[in-house]
Write a protein that binds this ligand. Structure first.
Ligand SMILES: Cc1ncc(COP(=O)(O)O)c(C=O)c1O
Length: 377
């Protein structure tokens, strides 16, 4: 108990107070690794990561946490969970932590995907839910995105209505790989109207990057609706993709259903400390948002110059038309030392480009301009 209290107050305050001294060392030690820009060590514009790396407070806290790295993380994880719940305005028993948010998705599919359940997703969308259903043999109903690249909620509702068993509806908002939004009010009104035989997984991995005023999180609905799970992550805006920390928010009864499939001690001391400190590092969040906006501007200007259409992006990546098959395009970029993401069928004449720093996007811009000169796009 004492250690818990210390970690919630003392260690975090200590990490912050010690910052200037630690930063000199930590900066050199933990400066984000950038690809050299060669085929073997490419510039990474392919996995929607934060190119700025961990914030200074997270780095300092993770460094401190080596002191407890020989201890199981359960007390510290519980203290962090309480802090996180408080920051979100939910009860601690509405929250559960995952080894990245992908583990939250895995738990949900394992908890719900048996007994003839069907999974209804947009197409294309983030693939992990569809992947985790494979050992269970759960049927997948992919519903094409509508003409605005939003989830076609009307058709998804028809599919759910047709089902005689549980429908698990996965809504990725904003959607990966398109970066587009689905109308928040429409998602929420479906949740409010749906019967208990429809379960919603709303993936808000990119929530912190959305600045559209009409966008609303589904989080407030979790208190009332047992058939809803909201999924978030520290991998994107907070830059902790390599440390692994994600979380689910749901009604306490739903949390119990999901956590029956959770591995014991599924987080780790460094990730817990870094995530906890990240919650206080507003400056790093702001820097990341600003850098992302500037990087996006470089890309949009270049695409405009080349006459290539870009989908409206509310995330740290952007889907754009290339007018040629994406497989060869990816190979050519790899040859030029830049990893630019993977194919997302059926959008095989589009590329999903993750946003690096504005400078990195300048390098990407030079390369795609060169492709145009060579007649490759
Ligand atoms: C929509 C979405 N959900 C979940 C994840 C999983 O992220 P993580 O497991 O790192 O939290 C990603 C990763 O790219 C994603 O794009």
């Amino acid at each position: 108990m004492e250690r818990r209290l210390f970690l919630r107050t003392g260690a975090l305050a200590g990490a912050t107070a010690a910052l200037p001294h630690r930063l000199a060392g930590a900066d050199a030690l933990f400066a984000p690794v950038r690809g050299a820009g060669t085929r073997q060590d490419p510039l990474r514009l392919d996995a929607n990561e934060n190119p700025l790396g961990l914030g200074p407070m997270a780095r300092a806290a993770a460094t401190e946490a080596f002191a407890v790295a020989n201890r199981y993380p359960d007390d510290e994880a519980a203290a962090f969970q309480e802090r996180l719940a408080e920051s979100l305005g939910v009860a601690s028993n509405q929250l559960f932590l995952g080894n990245g948010s992908t583990e939250i998705l895995q738990m949900a599919v394992q908890a719900l995907g048996g007994d003839g359940a069907r999974i209804i997703t947009a197409h294309p969308t983030f693939e992990d839910v569809a992947t985790y259903r494979l050992p269970l043999g759960t049927e997948l109903i992919p519903v094409p995105l509508d003409s605005r690249f939003a989830h076609d909620l009307g058709r998804m509702r028809e599919e759910a209505a047709r089902s005689r068993s549980l429908s698990i509806v996965y809504v990725c908002n904003p959607n990966n790989p398109t970066g587009t939004l689905t109308d928040s009010r429409e998602v929420q009104s479906w949740i409010q109207e749906a019967d208990e035989d429809v379960f919603f997984i709303v993936d808000e991995a990119y929530f912190e990057l959305v600045d559209d005023p009409t966008y609303q999180s589904c989080l407030p609905l979790t208190r009332e609706y047992r058939n809803l799970l909201v999924v978030r992550t520290f991998s994107k805006i907070y830059g902790l993709a390599g440390m692994r920390m994600g979380y689910g928010i749901a009604h306490p009864d739903t949390v119990r259903r999901m956590t029956a499939y959770m591995a014991k001690s599924n987080t780790n001391q460094l990730a817990v400390a870094a995530a906890s400190a990240s919650l206080d590092d507003w400056a790093h969040v702001q820097r990341s948002v600003d850098s992302n906006r500037a990087a996006k501007a470089v890309v949009l200007e270049t695409l405009d110059e080349l006459g290539l259409e870009a989908l409206p992006s509310h995330t740290n990546f952007l889907m754009h038309h290339i007018g040629v098959d994406v497989h060869g395009y990816i190979d050519r970029f790899a040859e030029a030392g830049i990893a630019v993401g993977r194919p997302f069928p059926p959008m095989l004449q589009y590329n999903r480009l993750s946003l690096g720093t504005p400078e990195e996007m300048g390098r990407w811009a030079d390369t795609i301009r060169d492709f145009r000169r060579r007649g490759w796009i």
